[in-house]
Write a protein that binds this ligand. Structure first.
Ligand code: HEC
Ligand code: HEC
Length: 477
């Protein structure tokens, strides 16, 4: 995929990387210097063999070119939920970006800690939950020390994702596959020293298959499976995934000047729009450049997505978000009600990458590329249930949620409104979950049309790839 013209020579790029505290800046995707463990993780991330029908990898739902989320415009325009390896099996949420997920802290409850200068007395009764991966935080990092590593163990065995019946199937296919030697090189050859039963291929093709192993070999499988996840997390943490090569990063290093519109968007993002109350623009953990999330949870009152296949199959279901996870954790279950409907504040990095909305903002240079057929753009989907299809729609919702009438209360009522129907009727549907809707920080922002569009322009400046040189264009200066 073609990004922007390179602004920087390799030398300047390297200097910039040092300034940002990154390990290195790449000339192009292929030249990236990945460590062996990151290369291994990359192989696993893109390996379709690691699914029951050998048809789905992590990258099926986390496509780099569109910001590590789903790239099927037909799905995004509707339910925004991706089918698993087995036809007809669906999850219930939109894939968030897998990039930048490794930087989430391990899930914890903040009960107020005076030693840390956290004096809010309300926290003792109503703690603030922070960190973890997934929209509901359930990949906590408690197992492997990193939320993304805990997360990476899920999809291979999840019946609505890659759907393999046994962790042994994943380990078997990694150990005996094309890059098995790389696994040995990274983790030592003894890890794959396992007596595999002859019928393993047949067993791994069955949804209820269980690979018969000796207790020692089962133990080795468990150890190796942890290392599969750690390798995936290492790739997700590499500069190929957490690239920090957006216009924002260039701007922070003094290498890019915002357009007037982007500068206006930045001021509204921090000011009148209140966006940085949750999508914080200050440096992330370990002095990482800003991730535009504070890793907390909120209910924005996003409408139910009437096209979500899971909602269609279960008409009474409403996504419980964080509460669905807390409910099952000892010591946290009592806080479930106060967190019903809250979803994770997602990173906004790459949020517009690869979208046709971004194309519409692109300059003439890119128009020429598009005429040459180089650019590809898709409709994306936003929020946990993919209700919104453009960043502008998201901004308009933040701006007018509590200003426009409720669709269901119109005469005649507008029911099950998709975002297009809601916009056409100048109303917003009721929230998917009515409890705990945040009315302090959004709903009636008083932004003008021009200010709404400026916010979109600023978010588009968060797309990685700006600082990458593109080697497929010979006429670059
Ligand atoms: C069928 C589509 C699908 C596949 C395949 C898939 N994912 Fe996901 N991924 C999702 C969805 C949907 C979510 C959100 C689920 C939720 O919040 O309940 C998600 C969430 C994540 C997150 C959490 C991001 C965050 O910030 O919370 C990461 C990281 C991730 N996936 C990585 C992976 C990896 C690694 C693989 C392969 C081992 C993978 N995914 C395979 C759909 C998929
Ligand atoms: C009170 C905290 C809060 C504030 C303030 C806030 N956001 Fe969000 N944002 C969230 C949460 C939580 C989600 C996910 C909600 C969901 O999926 O139901 C989200 C989701 C988004 C998404 C969708 C991202 C994706 O990957 O699907 C965009 C875009 C976004 N916010 C932009 C903004 C902008 C622009 C502003 C300011 C006008 C803003 N946000 C203000 C908490 C906040």
């Amino acid at each position: 995929m073609k990004f922007h013209k390179p602004l920087l020579s390799a030398a300047v790029g390297a200097a910039l990387a040092t300034g940002l505290g990154l390990q290195g800046v790449q000339a192009s995707d292929d030249d990236l210097d990945l460590l062996p463990i990151e290369k291994l993780g990359k192989k696993i991330f893109f390996d379709k063999q690691l699914s029951i029908r050998r048809n789905q990898s992590c990258a099926t739902c986390h496509v780099p070119e569109v910001g590590w989320t789903g790239d099927d415009p037909t799905i995004n325009e509707a339910g925004a939920v991706y089918e698993g390896s087995i036809k007809g099996e669906f999850g219930n949420r939109k894939p968030p970006s897998s990039a930048y997920a490794t930087l989430a802290p391990i899930f914890y409850a903040d009960f107020g800690n005076r030693l840390l200068g956290d004096n809010d007395p309300d926290l003792a009764d109503d703690p603030l939950f922070v960190g973890g991966n997934f929209w509901d935080g359930r990949a906590t990092g408690w197992e492997l020390g990193n939320p993304a590593a805990d997360q990476a163990q899920g999809p291979f065995l999840n019946p609505v994702e890659q759907a393999l019946p046994d962790a042994a199937c994943v380990v078997y296919r990694v150990c005996t596959g094309k890059y098995g030697s790389l696994f040995d090189e990274v983790w030592g050859p003894q890890r794959c020293n396992i007596d595999w039963p002859n019928n393993i291929n047949g067993v791994c093709a069955q949804t209820d298959g269980e690979v018969a192993l000796s207790p020692q070999d089962r133990n080795r499988v468990d150890q190796a499976y942890d290392r599969v996840a750690l390798a995936v997390a290492a790739f997700e943490d590499s500069p190929e995934s957490n690239a920090f090569t957006s216009k924002i990063d260039a701007h922070r290093a003094g290498m890019y000047e915002f357009t007037e519109q982007e500068a206006m968007g930045r001021d509204i993002f921090r000011g009148k729009g209140l966006c940085s109350e949750c999508h914080v623009g200050t440096p992330g953990p370990g002095a990482a450049p800003p991730l535009f999330t504070d890793f907390t949870y909120d209910n924005l009152g996003v409408p139910r997505n009437p096209l979500n296949p899971f909602s269609i199959a279960n008409p009474d279901w409403a996504d419980p978000g964080l509460a669905g996870f807390l409910m099952n954790v000892e010591g946290f279950a009592e806080y479930a009600d106060a967190n019903l409907g809250k979803q994770k504040v997602p990173t906004l990095r790459n949020v517009g990458l690869g979208s046709c909305e971004a194309e519409a903002f692109a300059d003439d240079e890119d128009d020429e590329d598009r005429r040459k057929g180089k650019g590809k753009c898709i409709t994306k989907a936003y929020m946990h249930n993919g209700y919104f299809k453009t960043l502008w729609q998201v901004v308009n919702f933040y701006n007018t949620r509590d200003v426009k009438p409720v669709c269901e209360e119109l005469e005649p009522p507008v029911l099950d409104a998709t975002v297009d129907v809601a916009l056409a009727n100048d109303c917003w549907p009721r929230p998917e979950v009515a409890a705990n809707v945040n009315t302090d920080e959004l709903g009636n922002l008083g932004l003008t049309d021009e200010e709404e569009v400026a916010l979109v322009a600023f978010m588009l400046a968060m797309s990685d790839g700006y600082l990458e040189a593109d080697d497929d264009d010979d006429d670059d200066d």
